[in-house]
Design a protein around this ligand. Sequence first.
Ligand code: G1P
Length: 291
Amino acid sequence: MARIRKAVIPAAGMGTRFLPATKAIPKEMLPIVNKPSIQLIVEEAAAAGIEEVVIVTGRGKTDIVDHFDAHPQLEEILRRAGKEALLHEVVAPTKMVKLSTVRQQRPLGLGHAILCARHLIGNEPFVVFLPDDLVDAQRPCARQLMDVYEETGKSVLALMNVPRSETHMYGIAAGSVDPNDPRRVVVDRLVEKPSNEQAPSTLAVVGRYVLDPVVFDWLARTVPGRGDEIQLTDALASMVTTSGILGYLFEGNRFDAGDVTGYLLANLNWAHKQPRIWSQIEDFVRSHPSK
Ligand code: G1P
């Protein structure tokens, strides 16, 4: 089975759920503790074994590109000051993967954004990382899906059970559980953001997908759907009948960093890994009993 080397991160969205913070700053640059959230995504990609990442950007997103570029002047200042740890932090994002960018010129939807990367992905399976979805897992979420792809040769979607009242926020997958592995689902239906009455299940697609390159042909044929946008879920819904798609109930905790509360929880989750910061947060919480 083809080894997966490449990934696409669509990062052209306007971040309206986070205004006014995202008026002049790309939402992907908002920090989780001291790193822009998109760096956590690229770190997950690198940890999963991805070598090349294509970031799909749009107007106002150049800060993202700068973040992953070298900054010789700053590096020199830190080197001269003997600030080796900070120097390492500044250099690390430039070395994690081989990065390229492509612009989505019009906001025509997630499916269209991925199609913009077609010429850089070519005829290889690849991973899509939606940067709003941060997943803290022992084994990177993308790696969990890649292992299933490398074993089966089928596209694999990250799945998570959600309350029925939340189906309208997600692509929803329905199918049958693999009797040999309760984490695997053979998907037979996909619907983008159905109402709770119409949802065929409560299995939500989270922003990690391992995709066979045939998806590009389906995306090219997909007409605008929900929100008048070309939806990845719609292309996958067509592809499911011919190519077969698996879902995988991944291990780990997912945070919606595109939502204010989800973003704050993500900050707490990653702050919890740093004892010095966490003890100050505990002190703060102790001195602020809930109202
Ligand atoms: C996108 C996808 C949706 C998926 C979700 C996961 O929606 O369109 O199918 O379930 O990401 O976060 P968005 O949240 O960008 O509107």
